[in-house]
Design a protein. Sequence first.
Lengths: 248, 381
Amino acid sequence: MKIAVCVSHVPDTATKVIIGSDGKSIDPSGVTYVVNPYDEFAIEEALKTKEQLGGEVVVISLGTDANKESIRKALAMGADSGVLLKDENQRDSFGVAKALAEEIKNQGAEIVFFGKQSVDYDNSITGQLTAELLGYNCVTVVVDLKIDGNKVIAEREIEGGREVVETSLPVVITAQKGLNEPRYASLKGIMAAKRKTIEEKEAAPAENYVEILRMKKPAPKQPGKILGSDASAVPELIRLLREEAKVI
Amino acid sequence: MKILHSEEIQLLRNLAKEFADKEIRPLAVQIDREENIPEKLIKKLGEVGLLGTAFPEKYGGGGFGEVGFCVAQEEVTKACGSTAALIGAHQSIGANAIYIGGSEELKMKYLPLLTSGEKIAAFALTEAEAGSDAFNLQTKAEYKNGKWILNGEKIWITNGAIADVFSVFARTDKGITGFVVERNFPGVNIGPDEKKLGIRGSRTNAVYFDNVEIPEENMIGENGRGFITAMKTLDSGRIGIGACSVGGAKEILQLSVNYATQRKQFGKPISSFQAIQFMLAEMSTKIYAMESMLYRVAEKYDEGKDISEEAAMVKLFCSEGVSEVADKALQIHGGMGFSRELPIERFYRDARILRIFEGTSEIQKLIISRKTLKNKGVWKY
Ligand SMILES: Cc1cc2nc3c(=O)[nH]c(=O)nc-3n(C[C@H](O)[C@H](O)[C@H](O)COP(=O)(O)OP(=O)(O)OC[C@H]3O[C@@H](n4cnc5c(N)ncnc54)[C@H](O)[C@@H]3O)c2cc1C
């Protein structure tokens, strides 16, 4: 069984993002990049699935040479091989999905894992688009997964609760926090990853349907207010929460 | 510095940082207050590979050499100095004495157990009358009926209370010799925990040997060659102490910058005062120099070069450096630096030992000056 896991290489959520001089991209200097946090759950689930069903895990990432760092991390965690789909240009989610679907077809993978969203552009759609392009079933925001033969039972997070769905292979699963506890890449894993190959190829071409016009910083956070330190401050607190913050 | 910035060392740093952030830092205060490192954490360190970073893979190690060990120690020290001391004594001197001086059989017998963390090691050289003057050690080993019989007392042994395996140095008919002594050999006893200023979570104990029988195969290298093994082991250990110094210093620089930009006095952040800015500048510059010499020497060590006096320079400069950095950091924090609410005072206390163990600063100067004089002042580096 071939299992694919798609990872994106995103700015660490702890870094301060600066908008580039063109006004519509992130200035990469001084930004540290990491494996997209939701993709870590996807990698872990791919590895667990392999441990359960056998087969091999291929990591696929679209982007530049810099993405190899994230691919290596997945290899160090235990994935078997990696593919870097090279493209220096910015793509929209459809463009990314197109290239990934092409490669997944190439690999003949029948179980495909994604993070539920990438924390850079937060479109939460690449997994679904890829499934559609491949004609695979798709379950999103998954917090529990069982694969038994051809049968797939997944629990997904929905507003205020959980939904249990059943589908069949081939399938695309997008991972939500809580699906598992991602393992550490061990030191031995890092050395083993050095000996695994990362295949590099040109990403399949695709049209962009979405163009980024402008990026804006959110308004700076207002400083906090201290209303008092005992119960006498409560009425004023309630008034402000109601009238100013409009949260109650 | 090429190796330091290689892809696998970067991955190692990321892993060590991630592990330290998630598993060690949240326990650092508890470790300091309760003067103990939870067994569960030690087990996890073994699982992830941080108890065998430097050693070749055939002994179950990570295969990352001294450079990799230093990078990992930096990241661990940023979270907790006590945990770094445990790892240092276990790996960089305890197990390392076996690796540097032992036969292939001895290495295969012990190193895989130590690199995996199944067993913990300690390094036992110091005695009551043999501190700086380690050569004056009095512990005796006598050969009788195919076994060595060990008698004596070691003091100040890091990991004493938790170690399963001790690399012990004793006097034989032929001079100083190293032996691997297991905790459960009859006649091995451990003293109570020393109460310390810093690295409180790291357990320090006296170890007593009362007619302990040691199998012949547990001799580390040749009879009479133990002092050389001990000194070579300390070369590597001292580089590791440089790494703890660099890691600790980087962490307190970060904490100081955070604090200085947030704390306001006279209506502005204290980071806008030149006096504070200059302290930060001195801290950064000091760390840059420490880090540069650390990895220059660590890379040379991995190339198999003789770096004894350079390791002494690293130990001297970096351990003194982190104390200076910690002192400035505490000053920048004002009263809060003195409070146990913030980690600064812990780093200040934990840094202090680095100038004492594995040879005091004065002893490092003896080693360095001896070489400087021998070279007649000609620069040989
Ligand atoms: C927390 C802790 C952990 C330790 N862990 C270990 C361990 O795991 N294994 C181990 O074997 N040992 C360990 N030690 C022992 C440590 O290495 C010694 O304490 C250290 O080498 C100094 O020896 P001493 O304490 O006897 O000091 P002394 O040798 O008595 O030195 C006292 C002072 O005199 C100075 N001095 C001594 N000789 C000279 C000289 N010739 N010229 C100038 N100045 C001199 C010293 O620099 C120092 O300032 C540990 C010690 C501590 C405190």
